[in-house]
Design a binder for this molecule. Sequence first.
Ligand SMILES: [Zn+2]
Length: 293
Amino acid sequence: MATIYNAIYRSNNREEIIDIFAINPKNYSEKYRNKLFCSEPNCFAKLCYVVMPGNSKRSYLRKWRNSPHNENCFHYTEEVKNGVRKHSSRTKTVMASEEQISRSLKRALELELMSEEEREKRREEDRRKRENGIRRNSGNNSSEQLSMELVTNPEELAAASDETKGSRLLTRNIDALKNGDVGKTRTVIGSFLELEHTKERMIVRVVRNSSFLDIKFEEAFFVAAPEYSDIFHLIERFAKENKQTIILATGEVRRSEDKNEFSVSVFDKAGLSVHGKRLVDLAREYSLGHFNF
Ligand SMILES: [Zn+2]
C-alpha cells in the first residue's frame, strides 16, 4: 500500500494539512484522534495513526476499518492492486469511451472554476453519495465486485472491451501528479503556456504552481482525427484573446526523463479541452466569427 504522508486535520470548520512526522502518540490521542482524513481530492476516508512501538519513524497512517477511500482515491487504487480489498486478477482494463472522457473533462473544469465554498459543497455531496452507496452495497460480498481501470492508450488494452458504467477517470492538477500515476490514464488540468508545433510532434505545454507538463498528441490521435492537425494554433489565438486558458487533457501519464517532469500522451480526439471547448468547436466559432454571421 502506498504510504500516506499527510492527512487533513478537520476541527471546528477548519482544515489543516498535517504531515505524518508532526504526529506523535501524545498529540494524536489528545488532539488528532477522530479528526484526520485522507488528503486526496474528493476522498473522505478517516485516518488513524498506527504507532510502531520502539520506532516512531515507522509509525504510519491508515484508514479506519469502516471508512474506505473513495474509489477514485489514489490510495484506493493501491489497495486494489495489492489485493487487500479485492483480488488483483479481478481488475479489468477497458477502453474509456469518448463520452466518459468528455464527462471527465467537463467535471474537472467545473470543479476548477468553482469557488472554494462551492467546491466544499460538492465534496459534501460526494461524501453523502458515497455513504449511501456503501449502505446499499453493505449486504454484498465485496470480493464479488469487479474493479475497472479505464485507459486511453490502445496498446494498453489487453482484454476485450466492455461498456463500463460507473467507472470514472481520475483527475489530477498537474502539480499533484505522483509516480503512482505513471502508466495510468488521468485527466490533467493546467494553464496554457505554449504550443510546440513541428512536423514530428505536437505538444501543448501547460503550467500550474510552477509545475510544468507537456501534453503530447500521439499518432493515433491524428489518425483518428486528421482534421485536428491544422487547428492546434487556435489554442494560441484563444490564449491571446482570453485572460485565462485552462487546458484539460485525458491521456496516459508518463515520466519525461530529459525534463524531469511528468508528461501526458493523448490518443483519443475527445481527450483535449481548451477551456471547456473541443478544438473543432473552437475552429467552428472562429470561422463563424470570421464570416460575421
Ligand atoms: Zn483517500
